[in-house]
Ligand binder design. Structure first.
Ligand SMILES: N[C@@H](CCC(=O)N[C@@H](CS)C(=O)NCC(=O)O)C(=O)O
Length: 238
């Protein structure tokens, strides 16, 4: 059975949703990133970038176990393993889906992450003009990316193409919370249509509930969590 080292965050949710869509049995091992569990030496052996999630599949492609970190790689891995939620290997459709997956990995995820940081966390930034600049920079960039999505979804049913798949699964947990992203959803009706449809999928609803007993829902991070995620602990060489 697949072991998934995870935590209830947008990146964790991507893989929870994919595994639920696949109806694959899996075992979730919580890694409390607020308490610093991502820096434990045993975890760093499978996650050299000290981030969740990480997947360990005892039944990997060469007959032995395989470890995969980085959610984009994990979604491609699971799609390839099962032949589901990803177009056939080598097809033009595969590259179309992968490019929109990369749009999430290189754009939506990092920009929404920084927007969240500067709007909600930026713990030590007391210089108002720096804070205003940083917030405007990421608010604008996030709004721009939602508009790019809206254009794409005006042309195709799903982000990756005609079929629902890994690009949608990767993007949904980051964009569902549009109020937090300061985006007017009524101005981007194609994104709204897509969000409503994906939100209604039972597997998505199950995936979003994984680890919801971790007690993080609706709570801001503690001082200890802010230190672990953004403070000096992050920059110690390990
Ligand atoms: N690009 C990575 C990002 C993973 C990531 O940022 N994970 C966050 C939680 S959403 C994390 O583990 N943060 C803990 C830390 O940075 O110490 C992926 O897609 O897997």
């Amino acid at each position: 059975m697949i072991d998934l080292y995870s935590w209830p965050t947008p990146n964790g949710h991507k893989v929870h949703i994919m595994l639920e869509e696949l109806e694959m049995p899996y075992n979730v091992i919580p890694v409390d990133i607020g308490k610093g569990a991502q820096f434990e030496p045993e975890f760093l052996k499978i996650s050299p970038n000290n981030k969740i999630p990480v997947l360990v599949d005892p039944d990997g492609p060469d007959g032995g176990p395989i470890t995969v970190f980085e959610t984009g790689a994990m979604l491609i891995y699971l799609g390839h393993k099962t032949g589901r939620f990803i177009p056939p290997s080598g097809s033009a459709a595969r590259f179309e889906a992968v490019q929109w997956l990369m749009f999430q990995m290189g754009g939506i995820g990092p920009m929404c992450g920084q927007q969240n940081h500067f709007n909600n966390y930026a713990p030590n930034l007391t210089d108002e003009s720096q804070l205003a600049y940083s917030q405007a920079r990421y608010d604008n960039e996030v709004a721009r990316l939602y508009n790019v999505m809206d254009g794409r979804l005006g042309e195709t049913a799903y982000l990756g193409g005609a079929e629902y798949g890994i690009a949608d699964i990767a993007t949904f947990p980051w964009v569902r919370n549009h109020e937090r992203r300061k985006v007017d959803i009524d101005a981007i009706p194609n994104v709204k249509r897509w969000l409503d449809e994906i939100e209604a999928r039972p597997a998505v609803q199950r995936g979003m509930k994984v680890l919801d007993d971790a007690g993080t829902e609706g709570k801001g991070p503690s001082k200890e969590a802010l230190e672990n995620m953004f403070g000096a602990t992050q920059y110690e060489r390990r």
